[in-house]
Design a protein around this ligand. Structure first.
Ligand code: 4NP
Length: 164
């Protein structure tokens, strides 16, 4: 499928945050589940801009927030984004402006950079950044779930509308 603001077909989507334990694994799980529900042939993965949590499972609060809605992300493991991800993925959706700067700094050329977008902006959500809930409360994780769920619904609509 080809989206209006991407000059390339979108089959593989990478969700990116800072640690790859709170926001992006939950976004990965939610989008994968919705793509499956809608029969969309989309591959989804996630990564962080730092390596601190490489090999670690997602934050237990993200796991709990997903589980409440039937999304199981417990088996995912953290990893750091690499330049090879620009070759592996068609679209790299970041959670906030800092993630955008960090991922943009890895881009080798304009083609790489064109793959990087803020998730909420790309989805057409009214907000810009997905707030980092790491130092927050369980309620922040429930709010995170709702925000990512809204964004993924919008994203799925775009993917379905522009299916080739
Ligand atoms: P994430 O949240 O980027 O949504 O995975 C964070 C996870 C870990 C840290 C910060 C944010 N940390 O500072 O270790």
């Amino acid at each position: 499928m080809r989206l209006p603001s991407t000059p390339f077909p979108v089959k593989k989507i990478l969700m990116v945050c800072l640690g790859n334990i709170c926001r992006s694994p939950l976004a990965e799980g939610i989008l994968r589940s919705k793509a499956l529900q809608h029969g969309l042939d989309v591959e989804v993965d996630s990564a962080g801009t730092i390596s601190w949590h490489a090999g670690h499972p997602p934050d237990e609060r993200s796991v709990a927030a997903g589980k409440k809605s039937g999304i199981d992300i417990g088996a995912l493991r953290g990893r750091k984004i690499t330049t090879a991800d620009f070759d592996r993925f068609d679209l790299i959706l970041v959670m906030d402006a800092q993630n955008y700067s960090d991922v943009a700094a890895l881009a080798r050329d304009a083609g790489d950079l064109a793959k990087v977008h803020l998730l909420l902006e790309f989805a057409g959500h009214g907000r810009n950044d997905v707030p980092d809930p790491y130092y927050g409360t369980m309620q922040d994780f429930h709010d995170l779930y709702r925000l990512l769920d809204e964004a993924c619904n919008l994203l799925i609509t775009r993917l379905r509308e522009h299916k080739l």
